[in-house]
Design a protein around this ligand. Structure first.
Ligand code: FPP
Length: 240
């Protein structure tokens, strides 16, 4: 059996993942799409546990985008149900797992029950710091930037901010990710080569690793491979 994390390379502080390929995974097995999302939720549990073991500080996952509302009501309800079930479980296991939760996105469109679970998970996990999981829920990178610009404009109108004082650092403070360092590594499984409106501002210097595995099949060895690839890159941040 393959030993986990054979390379012993220090993982990045912040890893972000586009959990893609659930639908194709289900189709290959003649299963409904929601079965693919259920397997995707399992892959998330595995990956979050492994990140905690490795000492990754932040794990950000794209769980539901501002565009995903276009899917059938049945599929949307299925994803929301899985999220609710996971959050209930996480709330019950909080003292054991020590995971801190944050939510990036406009939660106002979620059902009151799910919104309450999100708020409760964020509030009661605030004391933990083994790993911080950021769930992107009803999240879009452009929407996040527009909402940040609106808030900055409001602050200017209220006399709290001078336009010339709005620099990159200040602007970052208006984003959902205000207190979170940018991800060093972004992983997209499933073979798609797009960023799909994910962390547009925060990914300016992130290393992208695209992988051919479908998200429900994503295992610790895939995370190891992505971390290895990340370490082989020569990050220059625009320098030489
Ligand atoms: C993209 O795959 C995936 C989503 C839109 C939903 C992701 C949701 C989950 C993994 C479950 C959420 C629950 C927890 C606990 C994390 P796709 O459906 O677009 O796949 P396809 O491109 O193959 O159709």
């Amino acid at each position: 059996m393959k030993k986990q994390q054979e390379h012993n390379l220090r993982p990045p502080r912040h890893i972000a993942i586009i959990m893609d390929g659930n639908g194709r995974w289900a189709k290959q097995r003649n299963l409904p799409r929601t079965a693919g999302h259920a397997a995707g939720a399992e892959a998330f549990r595995r990956t979050a546990n492994y990140c905690r073991t490795l000492g990754v500080e932040y794990l950000t996952v794209y769980a539901f985008s501002t565009e995903n509302w276009k899917r059938s009501a049945e599929e949307v309800a299925g994803i929301m149900k899985l999220l609710g079930a996971y959050l209930r479980e996480a709330l019950a296991d909080m003292e054991k797992n020590h995971v801190r939760f944050k939510f990036f996105g406009d939660l106002s469109r979620l059902s009151p029950e799910l919104r309450k679970l999100c708020e409760e998970a964020e509030r009661s996990s605030g004391v933990y710091h083994d790993v911080q999981v950021n769930f992107c829920l009803n999240y879009g990178g452009r929407d996040e930037i527009v909402k940040a610009a609106q808030q900055a404009a409001r602050d200017v109108a209220a006399g709290l901010l001078k336009p010339e004082d709005l620099d990159e650092a200040r602007f970052s403070g208006y984003l959902y990710s205000a207190d979170v360092p940018d991800p060093e590594l972004i992983i997209r499984p499933s073979g798609e080569l797009r960023t799909s409106n994910f962390l547009l501002w925060q990914s300016a210097y992130s290393e992208y690793v695209f992988m051919d595995v479908l998200w429900p099949d994503f295992a610790p060895e895939h995370l190891d491979q992505a971390i290895e690839q990340y370490h082989r890159r020569n990050r220059r941040f625009g320098g030489v």
